[in-house]
Design a binder for this molecule. Sequence first.
Ligand code: NDP
Ligand code: 8X3
Length: 251
Amino acid sequence: MKKIALITGATSGIGKATAELFADNAIDLILCGRRQDRLDELREVLGKKVKVHTLSFDIRDRAAVLEAIGSLPSAFKPIGILVNNAGNAHGLDPIDQGNIDDWDAMLDINVKGLLYISKAIIPEMIKNGSGHIINIGSTAGKEVYPRGNVYCASKHAVDAINQGMRIDLNEHGIRVGAVNPGLVETEFSDVRFKGDTERAKTVYKGFQPLLAEDIADIILFVITRPYHVNIADLVVMPTAQASSTIVKKEL
Ligand code: NDP
Ligand code: 8X3
C-alpha cells in the first residue's frame, strides 16, 4: 500500500521542508497548520507530485483536532507516518518575568497539541498493526538553558511522551522515535521574539545553523529504514554547536 504521512506544522520550517522531501519520494501527504494560504500553496505545488490533503486547525483546540481528523476522506485514513512537528518557543525570559500567555501557548501547543493529534491517529495505526510516529523534540528537551525554562519543560515533556509512546505502543508493532535538533534557522526565532526579525537574525549570526532541509533529510532517513529498525532518539546539532549554550561564533 502507498504510504500516507500526516505532518503537523507543515506551513513553515522543518514541517514544510519535510513535506517537500516526502513529495519528492512519492509519499502522499496530509498537511496541517493554521495558515490556509500556505496550505493552499503547498497543495498546488506538491499536488503535482503526490496526493495532498490539507487540514487547517489550531492544534490547541481539542475539538478542532478531532473534527479535522474525523473529516479525512477514506482514501487518506490509513495514516502510516505521523510527524509531530507543530510547535514553537514563545518568549525568552527569566522565570520570574515570564509571560503566562507564553507559558500557556508552549504547553498547549508543544505538549497538549501533540497529544491530541496522536490520540486521534493512533487507533487507526493500532487497527492496521503498523505505523511510525516521529516526535520532533529538541536539544531543549535534553538540557535546560538560561531563560529557556518553560520551552525546555515543554520539550522535556515531548522527550517523556516519546518514550511513553514507544513503551505503550510496542505491543502493537508501531515504531516511535524522536528527532531532537539544535539550532535550525526557520521562523522559530521570529515567533519566539514575536516578529522582532532583527533579534531573531542575531540567534543564527556568526555560524552556520542547521537548515530545515537538514532535518527533513534525517526524517526521511528515519522513515526509510527497514521496518525492524527504529531510530528511537536522535540528537542533531550544527557543527558549530556543542550544547545549548556553547556555540562557536565568528562575529
Ligand atoms: P516554524 O515556526 O518555522 O514552524 C512552526 C510550525 O508549527 C508552523 O508550520 C506553524 O504553522 C505550526 N504551528 C505553530 N503553532 C501552531 C498551532 N497552534 N496550531 C497548529 N500549528 C501550529 O518553526 P520550526 O520549523 O523551527 O519548528 C518545528 C518544530 O521543530 C517545533 O516543534 C520546534 O519546537 C522544533 N525545533 C525547532 C528548532 C529550531 O531551532 N528551529 C530546534 C529544535 C526543535 P501555522 O503558524 O500555520 O499554524
Ligand atoms: C530549538 C532549539 O536552542 O533554540 O528547540 O531551544 S533552541
